[in-house]
Design a protein. Structure first.
Length: 311
């Protein structure tokens, strides 16, 4: 496509271009930022008459735009790419830290329960920590991109969190996204890791079990209530590259796992690999200086996680 025609479509249909999996990340970012500006301008013109939902979106999308723009003048490795956003229900967003088209290692973080636009900044902080951890374990010059994929209707703490409904509904979208990353990648095959936290691990399991899977080299699940399958070999990923992290006092992993979202992935009979973690609780897996964070970074960089210090 000529540059003139490309610019025509970007200008005329930014929302549709920005949502197309498989396009280069800079093109999607350009289109989505244009669509974001149009949405914010519309809210601004109607600010005095906005209802609750529109005011919620106006506030949170403005915060997201500010966060994106702060990276534009920084180093290339820390630049953010807006790969998608939506305002339906509690809102959606897909943001990459670092260009996934040129990175040697790319990771996709899938969040769990109660994640939405008004707390999306926490997910952006996590992908920054994961990118730093992976950089500490990778060879100099190997690009690393980490993506926060919040493009499904994450369940609230209600009846939906104990069913597979939300995971199955979003599974195809996650598969399309990871396959699109491979299609858009330049050069040698990218090493792709998908990390699912809490119900995001159920989302990840459902996506990898169906269709042709996620085409991930490694999958990491932390604080998982279940992967929607009974055994690791029912997923497309090699069970030797399915890593399960669970802190001793993670109530989700220890109470919910093995119930309504299928078998407990941390049990030896499931067939996955245990990843050593040294953090506590359900959301401590990204604590600064922890081996929990370091081990996720090592997996993103294509290495095996370190065992417990006494091993």
């Amino acid at each position: 496509m000529s540059e003139e025609r490309r610019q025509f479509y970007l200008a005329g249909y930014p929302d549709r271009i920005g949502a197309l999996d498989g396009l280069p990340a800079p093109a999607r970012d350009e289109a989505n930022r244009s669509a974001l500006d149009l949405r914010l301008n519309d809210y601004a013109l109607r600010e005095g008459s906005l209802g609750y939902h529109d005011r919620y979106n106006f506030r949170n999308l403005t915060t997201l735009k500010d966060r994106l723009e702060k990276t534009d003048s920084g180093p290339a490795s820390k630049q953010m790419y807006l790969l998608g956003f939506g305002t339906e229900k509690d809102g959606r967003a897909i943001v990459a830290l670092g260009n996934p088209d040129t990175a040697r290692h790319t990771a996709v973080l899938v969040p769990g329960t109660d994640n939405q636009l008004d707390n999306y900044g926490g997910q952006l902080n996590r992908i920054d920590k994961l990118q730093n951890a992976a950089a500490n374990s990778s060879a100099p010059g190997e690009g690393i991109s980490v993506i926060s994929w919040m493009d499904y209707d994450a369940p609230e703490i209600d009846g939906s969190v104990i069913t597979q409904g939300r995971a199955q509904a979003g599974a195809e979208d996650l598969r399309d996204f990871t396959h699109g990353l491979r299609s858009a990648h330049e050069g040698d095959r990218v090493h792709l890791t998908v990390i699912g936290h809490s119900y995001g691990s159920s989302m990840t399991g459902a996506a990898d079990a169906g269709g042709t899977g996620l085409d991930a080299d490694d999958i990491v699940v932390v604080g998982s209530p279940g992967l929607t399958v009974e055994r690791a070999d029912q997923l497309h990923v090699n069970p030797d590259h399915l890593w399960v992290g669970a802190s001793e006092n993670d109530f989700v992993s220890n109470w919910a796992s093995g119930r309504t979202l299928s078998e407990d992935p941390k049990e030896p009979a499931f067939g996955a690999q245990r990843m050593y973690v040294d953090t506590s609780g359900h959301s401590g897996y990204w604590d600064d200086g922890s081996q929990s964070l370091d081990n996720q970074g090592r997996i993103i960089a294509g290495l095996k996680p370190r065992p417990a210090p006494s091993d």
